[in-house]
Design a protein around this ligand. Structure first.
Ligand code: HEM
Length: 211
């Protein structure tokens, strides 16, 4: 086994490279006078965790097209071993984002923005969060066995809807198009288009089924 493959198969490496780094940039909040935090540190935390949740969501969704496009690549296969870990980490960051929002704006604002005077970007965030919650819960082995492979796979396709809702939410949270959305979700869209093209041009219907 090559060294890069060994590295990518290692859970410790994925924790260090993908899961934990999202936590530490919050340290400026505790350093008074740091200009990147601004006058509202909690808002900084809220934005930061929302951003990390989107990055992890786009990253985990990119694993499958990479495997389909490079079926012989051991690196793509190694990455696919960590889909559950990275997906659940994405949900955990979304939960931190929602927690920061509740501390910042309070439950009353959430209820107001959902029921009294619905804001579409909050509804989109809530929709994405609900899907991620369901997917995180059903990632437990017992649920995978209970649902059966096909049903579980179909349910987990909702992750694409969660990504679309999260992208919409991020765009409208800023009230202007943030370039950030393009570089987070753009590569995923390109990979998915290439995957569909690859699947359509696959000569063998059995191979297409496996993709
Ligand atoms: C009930 C669920 C959610 C609520 C109530 C919520 C609330 C918010 C609010 C109020 C803002 C804008 C803050 C401001 O600048 O005024 C925001 C921004 C954002 N949210 Fe959410 N959110 C939710 C779910 C999510 C989820 C599931 C994701 C990602 C998977 C997400 C990602 C983001 C991102 C990336 C931003 C923009 C951050 C930035 O501009 O840097 N949110 N959210």
């Amino acid at each position: 086994m090559s060294f890069p493959e060994k590295l990518l198969r290692s859970k410790v490496f994925i924790w260090t490279l993908l899961v934990l780094p999202g936590l530490w940039p919050v340290w400026p909040v505790f350093v008074s006078g740091n200009p990147s935090v601004g006058a509202d540190p909690l808002k900084y935390v809220l934005h930061h965790y929302g951003f990390v949740a989107c990055v992890l969501l786009a990253t985990v969704l990119a694993f499958t097209p990479l495997r389909v496009l490079f079926p012989k690549s051991k690196l793509a296969l190694a990455l696919n071993r960590h889909r559950r870990l990275v997906g659940v980490a994405g949900f955990a960051y979304a939960l931190l984002h929602l927690t920061a929002y509740l501390f910042h704006d309070g439950w009353a604002t959430l209820v107001h923005d959902v029921w009294a005077k619905p804001k579409t970007f909050i509804l989109a965030g809530l929709g994405a969060f609900t899907i991620l919650l369901v997917l995180a819960i059903t990632s437990v082995n017992a649920f995978v066995r209970w649902l059966g492979g096909k049903r579980w796979k179909n349910l987990h396709r909702l992750a694409y809807l969660a990504a679309a809702l999260a992208a919409y939410h991020q765009i409208y949270a800023r009230k202007l198009f943030p370039v950030q959305v393009l570089w987070i979700f753009g590569p995923l869209v390109v990979l998915e288009i290439l995957r569909v093209v690859r699947q359509r041009t696959a000569a063998n219907p059995e191979a297409r089924e496996k993709m």
